[in-house]
Ligand binder design. Sequence first.
Ligand code: FES
Length: 372
Amino acid sequence: MEWIDVGPADELCRRPVQTVTLGRLKLALTFHDGRFGAISAVCNHAGGPLGEGRLAGEYVVCPWHYWKFHASTGEGEPGFEEDRVPAHDVRVDQGRVLVNPTPRTTRQRKPHAPHPLARPPRREPGPLRVLGLSTTAMSAGEPRYSTSDDLLEHALRAAADGLGCATRLVRVRDLSFRACEGFYSKAARACTWPCSITQMDPLDQMEQVYEGVVHWADVILVATPIRWGGASSLYYKMIERMNCIQNQETIANRHLLRNKVAGFIITGGQDNVQAVAGQMLGFFAEIGCQFPQFPYVAHSRGWSAEDMQNNQRAVQNSTALHDGAAALARRCVEMAGVMIAGELGAQALVRGGRKGHDLTASGPAAEPAAES
Ligand code: FES
């Protein structure tokens, strides 16, 4: 039996979990209750680094999405024992920790039913479909007039009544969903599709936005008020959770959005329309949307217009703004029709342009391929 010396026991016992590297093999070495254990450092789920995890009782917790594997047998937590990573024999001899590089057990993956959102995006036949996303916040029990909601609802009515589209409105304020918790900040591959939170938390309702944007809509109309020169806090909370859509370009060269058109409705009592529009255009371009000519309608009465009650009336009574919202919907719908009828070549979207850097290529974003 071959044993490899990985270091002095009195040093290695100071950390409950750590990574040790044997050639190309990465192991999670643990020390618990006076005993060393060694299992593969590559998580069964998405390849997370188990050696950088923590110990919870006898289990190593993956730092990416918290799957657990027994520190010495490699088996999953109770109920998931069949989901196991390879386990290695360890012994201490004359103060040195020795690990057998040949695993005692093999890797085994328990089949997990895929999340419904994981199905391949495919446009079902039918009329053009327009999704409205309202990102205005207000009290659920005491609704108020919202200029951006008014124009969005008008645009959706125009698309349904005038253009024969199917429409759907998601008021983001009605959804209970968690803020992005930074899985992407841990590693590009830790940010998964469907979103890691969506897969782990059945109560999280961001799923409704994902379903609408990825699987249903041809046109996405996003409405926001201007808040201190930016889009609404709900808008940012929503788009942070949509990083998982763009990240598929990077980690899988996979285009979740094809032939989708986005348009924006931006209203505020005070100014900064162009900066808000620029941010929204930038984000929706990165996730793969196209834009019609003149992709937003907006309204602002300027920096010193603090009389918001008059601003509300100005929008409410403005034929030009309502006509403009309806015309935006028409431009988006017509463009979506053209795009659906004439497919872009498959190569047109490779890796989402310059953003989708190949993680395994050499360069600043390179990372080593995961070992099995
Ligand atoms: S839990 Fe380990 S990679 Fe997801």
